[in-house]
Ligand binder design. Structure first.
Ligand code: SAM
Length: 462
C-alpha cells in the first residue's frame, strides 16, 4: 500500500504535510472502465476528477441510482477532499440522494457473500472490515468501482505514525487511539487464525493488519448506523462532508421506492437540512455531541470552535472498594457502570451526572480522595499554554494542527475544571454530607447538628 505522507527524521514537521489536490489525485487511481461519459459532461472539473470517481459516478448512473438529467448533485474537489456540489438550488429537507439496499455494504451483504458463513460469529464492524479488505484485494470484485473511490487513508489518528502520535502525549485522544488500535488488532489476529489461514482458497492474497486497519478506518469515517439500525457503508452518500454550520442531525430517512429501471427496494434517502444554492457544497452534521477528540479519531479533522474542546474523564469504582457491589448497582440504575466516561466541555458546567457518580464512588472516603486525581501535580505541571503560541505561528500542517488543537482544548477545559473544583472546595463546609442527611432523615441528627442516640421522635421530652 502506498503512503500519503512521507517523513524525514531530520524534519519532524514534514510528517504533517497537508493533503493537497495533487496528493488526492494520486490516491484514487483505480480502474477506468470504458463507459461512455458523454452524458456526464457535468463531471467536468478543474482540476479533472480522478478516473475512478468518473467511473464510479457512471456506475451509479447505470445502476439507476442517479440520473444525469435530474441528479441535484455532482462530485467535486473541495477543501475537505472530495465532496458534493449542488447543480441547482436545493430546498431545506429536500431528498438529494436515494441509495437502494442492494448497494449498501453491511452485515447482510457479507452474509450473502462467499465468506458469509465464516463470519456469523464476528461483530458487525469486523464482518464488514474483513469483507472490504478482501474485496479490495480481488481484481474482479463486483464492488471494485466503489472501493476504488475510497481514500487510502484519512487524517484519523488511527493512521498516524508513532512520530505523529507523540504529539498527542498527555491527551486522552492518544489513549483512545491506542486502545482502539489494540482492540482492532486483537480481532484481526483472531480472524487471521480462525478464518483467513484455514480458508486459503477464499483468501488467496495475504491480508495484513494494515489492510484491516484501512477497512476499519473507512467504516469509522464513512459508515452510517443511526437509521439502518446496523452499520452500513453507503456508496455515494459517503461523499458528503461535515460542516459545523449544520445544526441538525436528522439528515436521512428510509423508505421503499423504485431502485433502478424495473426494481423496487428499501432506499436510504439523504436530505439537506438547510437550503443550498447552486454551486455551493452540500454538508451534513457528523454529530453534535462529538468532541474534537472524537472527530479526530473517527474522521481526522477537528473544529476550530471551542464548543468542541473537551476533556473526557474516565472514573471507575474499584473492585477493592468494600461497597463495590452497592455502588456499581447504583451506577447501573443510573445508566452508568463501574467505569464511566464524562465529557466536560469548554464554557459548560460539569454535569450533575458526573458529580453524582463521584459522590457515590467516594462515599465513606474523604473529599480529598475524590478530587485528588484531578489536581495531581503531574497533570497540572503541563497545563500551561505553549500550544496557543504554536497556533498563532500557524502553518502546522493538517495533522500537527489537529494534535495541537486537541491538546490545547483539553488543557483549557482542565483549567476551567480546576477553577470550578476550587470554587466548590471553598463552599464545602456549607454542604451537607451524605451521612449527615441520612442521619437527619432517620432522626438521629438534629437541624443544627445535635446527635441523638435514638431517633429524635422517640427521645422522651423532659
Ligand atoms: C464521509 S467521508 C466524506 C468524503 C471525503 N471528503 C472523501 O474525499 O472521500 C468523511 C471524510 O471526509 C473528510 N471530511 C469531512 N468533513 C470534513 C471537514 N469538515 N473538515 C475536514 N475534513 C472533512 C474527512 O477526511 C473524513 O474522514
Amino acid at each position: 500500500m502506498s503512503t500519503l505522507f512521507s517523513f524525514s527524521p531530520r524534519s519532524p514537521h514534514n510528517a504533517f504535510l497537508p493533503l493537497t489536490r495533487q496528493r488526492l489525485r494520486q490516491r484514487r487511481g483505480g480502474l477506468l472502465v470504458r463507459f461512455s461519459l458523454a452524458s456526464l459532461d457535468f463531471l467536468d472539473s478543474d482540476p479533472p476528477l480522478p478516473p475512478a470517481v468518473q467511473t464510479f459516478w457512471k456506475w451509479m448512473t447505470e445502476e439507476g441510482v442517479i440520473s444525469s438529467s435530474t441528479c441535484p448533485l455532482k462530485p467535486a474537489y473541495v477543501p475537505e477532499g472530495l465532496g458534493l456540489i449542488a447543480r441547482r438550488d436545493i430546498a431545506e429537507d429536500e431528498i438529494i440522494l436515494r441509495v437502494p439496499r442492494r448497494l449498501w455494504v453491511n452485515p447482510d451483504t457479507v452474509a450473502a457473500s462467499e465468506i458469509g458463513y465464516l463470519c456469523t460469529d464476528l461483530k458487525p464492524w469486523a464482518q464488514v472490515s474483513l469483507f472490504l479488505t478482501r474485496e479490495r484485494l480481488r481484481p474482479n470484485s463486483s464492488w471494485r468501482f466503489y472501493i476504488d473511490i475510497l481514500p487510502e487513508k484519512t487524517n484519523s489518528t488511527i493512521y498516524w505514525s508513532e512520530e505523529e502520535l507523540a504529539e498527542l502525549k498527555g491527551t486522552l485522544l492518544l489513549r483512545m487511539t491506542k486502545e482502539m488500535k489494540e482492540y482492532v488488532k486483537s480481532e484481526f489476529l483472531k480472524i487471521e487464525q480462525e478464518i483467513i489461514r484455514p480458508n486459503k482458497e477464499l483468501f488467496p492474497s495475504s491480508i495484513t493488519l494494515d489492510d484491516f486497519y484501512w477497512a476499519f478506518g473507512m467504516i469509522r469515517s464513512r459508515a452510517f448506523s443511526r437509521l439502518t439500525g446496523q452499520l452500513a457503508m453507503l456508496p455515494l452518500v459517503d461523499f458528503i462532508n461535515h460542516s459545523s454550520k449544520i445544526t441538525r442531525e436528522d439528515n436521512a430517512e428510509e423508505m421503499n421506492g423504485p431502485a433502478g429501471l424495473f426494481s423496487w427496494d428499501l432506499l436510504f434517502c439523504l436530505k439537506s437540512t438547510i437550503p443550498v444554492k447552486e454551486g455551493e457544497q452540500v454538508f451534513i452534521q457528523y454529530g453534535l455531541k462529538k468532541n474534537n477528540a472524537d472527530l479526530a479519531l473517527y474522521y481526522g479533522f477537528v473544529e476550530r470552535n471551542s464548543a468542541r474542546d473537551a476533556y473526557t474523564f474516565t472514573f471507575s469504582i474499584p473492585e477493592s472498594d468494600p461497597y463495590y457491589g452497592d455502588k456499581v448497582e447504583i451506577a447501573k440504575e443510573n445508566d452508568l457502570d463501574e467505569t464511566a466516561y464524562f465529557d466536560v466541555f469548554m464554557d459548560r458546567p460539569i454535569t450533575q451526572a458526573m458529580l453524582q457518580y463521584l459522590r457515590v464512588a467516594a462515599i465513606q472516603q474523604t473529599d480529598a480522595f475524590l478530587l485528588e486525581p484531578v489536581f495531581k501535580s503531574s497533570i497540572w505541571a503541563t497545563v500551561e499554554l505553549p500550544d496557543q503560541k504554536l497556533l498563532e505561528v500557524g502553518n502546522l500542517g493538517e495533522r500537527l494542527d489537529i494534535a495541537v488543537r486537541v491538546r490545547l482544548g483539553g488543557k483549557l477545559v482542565l483549567q476551567q475544571i480546576q477553577l470550578e473544583f476550587k470554587e466548590r472546595q471553598l463552599k464545602l463546609d456549607a454542604f451537607e454530607y451524605y451521612q449527615e442527611r441520612r442521619f437527619k432523615e432517620l432522626g438521629l441528627v438534629g437541624d443544627i447538628g445535635e446527635i441523638y442516640c435514638q431517633p429524635k421522635d422517640s427521645v422522651p421530652s423532659v
